[in-house]
Design a protein around this ligand. Structure first.
Ligand code: RFL
Ligand code: PHB
Length: 389
């Protein structure tokens, strides 16, 4: 079999890239290790930047998002009993959209099926061959049968644990990593959100986040130790701990209920360079990870897709290679800025096990500065709504 672009990974990066290329008549095959149901049931991101919204529109999959998504023009930050709001629209002229990654992926799968996009689920043993030549091919197994696809390019959209990044030889690849000494315990519950906007809460007991998916679906997180397991936490224990970390007013208003999902995510900053090796391009979590504070993971994956899609469209449209040649440099320039923002916001809001009294004072001083300084709020808002592509 032959195609223009083999896309490894049917998560949001892979599907969005496939759909954008499809709109421009460029043929792709997506290879996904899991089943469709598994991919659709992963609860992850909830906040979309305007760049991601534009890509969804360009891919022709924005209708449900425009109807059911909720535009948020600001966010609340609390520390102890004090709260303040950062108004994104006032500072940047832009808002963000609350629309779950689950919904984004569902819309992309539906469009992919409607347009006859090719996707193999349950693939195993994916191996990329000759990526640094003009004739790459990909070998994999499905239902016990070996298959080979010859192609012009390979897009590695297979997440942090995928094979694409590992295909780049170690003497070419440079990796940068920071592991944070805590995780996020998250729950999803069919209850109304405690507030109409997100609340990022710094407290003596650790960080908490009040987020949402819709009027009757809330997403809450609390910072936890890396040694903890979701089963260690009953719903009651979770709600009690959350209430201790948010201001009393919100704690009193919080409507609790049974969790329908409960999981722990470790926090990590990670970047691999370069993001291109020959005809293999890395996109999204395959190339970089951010801690979730600031909601940049999916959005940074989307900016990679934007640069790669434009490069491939130019290559197939008019034969120019400038776009694909500058892919890694352009994508990484924006990735590092998202890494900086996520690292800064995480460092500001969490309790660290080895934090000194001085470190705590610095955190409070910085939050106070953010509360009272227009320029600091503007910088925060510009990063939160998404830096331009
Ligand atoms: P994904 O979503 O990991 O998809 C990769 C896909 O590749 C498949 N795969 C393979 N397929 C074939 N062969 C192989 N060898 C393969 N190996 C893997 C996998 O099964 C999977 O389907 O990466 P992608 O597409 O780059 O998307 C990245 C985003 O999923 C991720 O950045 C975000 O979810 C991060 N994130 C958030 N991002 C935001 O922008 N806003 C948020 O509010 C936000 N909240 C979050 C988050 C991530 C979280 N967790 C659980 C890590 C909240 C949480 C709790
Ligand atoms: C979420 O709703 O899952 C979410 C929102 C904001 C973040 C991280 C996660 O910063």
């Amino acid at each position: 079999m032959r195609t223009a672009v083999v896309i490894i990974g049917g998560g949001p990066s892979g599907l969005l890239l496939s759909q954008l290329l499809h709109v421009h008549g460029i043929d792709t095959v997506v290879l996904e290790r899991k089943t469709k149901d598994y991919v659709l049931n992963r609860v992850r991101a909830g906040v979309l930047e305007r760049g991601m919204l534009d890509l969804m529109r360009q891919a022709g999959v924005a209708d449900r998002m425009e109807k059911e998504g909720h535009s948020h023009s600001g966010t609340v930050i609390s520390y102890g009993e004090k709260t303040f709001r950062i108004d994104f629209v006032e500072h940047t002229g832009h808002a963000v959209m609350i629309y779950g990654q689950t919904e984004v992926t569902r819309d992309l799968y539906e469009a992919h099926e409607e347009t006859g996009g090719k996707i193999d689920f349950n693939v195993e043993n994916v191996v990329i061959h000759n990526a640094n030549t003009d004739a790459p091919h990909v070998i994999y197994k499905v239902d016990g049968e070996s298959r080979r696809i010859d192609c012009d390019f390979v897009a590695g959209c297979d997440g942090f644990h995928g094979v694409s990044r590992q295909t780049i030889p170690l003497d070419v690849r440079r990796e940068y990593e920071k592991i944070y000494p805590f995780g996020w315990l998250g729950i999803l519950s069919e209850t109304p959100p405690v507030h109409h906007e997100l609340i990022y809460a710094a407290s003596k007991r650790g960080f908490a986040l009040c987020s949402m998916r819709n009027e009757n679906l809330s997403r809450y997180y609390i910072q936890c130790a890396l040694s903890e397991k979701p089963e260690d936490w009953t719903d009651e224990a979770f709600w009690e701990e959350l209430k201790r970390r948010i201001p009393t007013k919100q704690a009193e208003e919080l409507i609790t209920g049974p969790s329908i999902e409960k999981s722990i995510a470790p926090l990590r900053s990670f970047v691999t360079e370069p993001m291109r090796w020959g005809r293999l391009f890395l996109c999204g979590d395959a190339a970089h990870i951010v801690p979730p504070t600031g909601a940049k993971g999916l959005n940074t994956a989307a900016s990679d897709v934007h640069y790669l899609f434009n490069g491939l469209r130019d290559y197939y449209g008019n034969g120019t290679t400038d776009g694909i040649d500058s892919y890694s440099t352009k994508a990484l320039a924006r990735v590092w800025k998202a890494e900086r923002f996520s690292w800064w916001f995480s460092s500001l809001m969490h309790r660290y096990p080895d934090q000194s009294e001085f470190d705590l004072k610095m955190q409070i001083a910085e939050i106070e500065f953010l509360r009272t300084n227009h320029a600091a709020q503007k910088a925060m808002a510009e990063n939160y709504v998404g830096l331009p592509y």
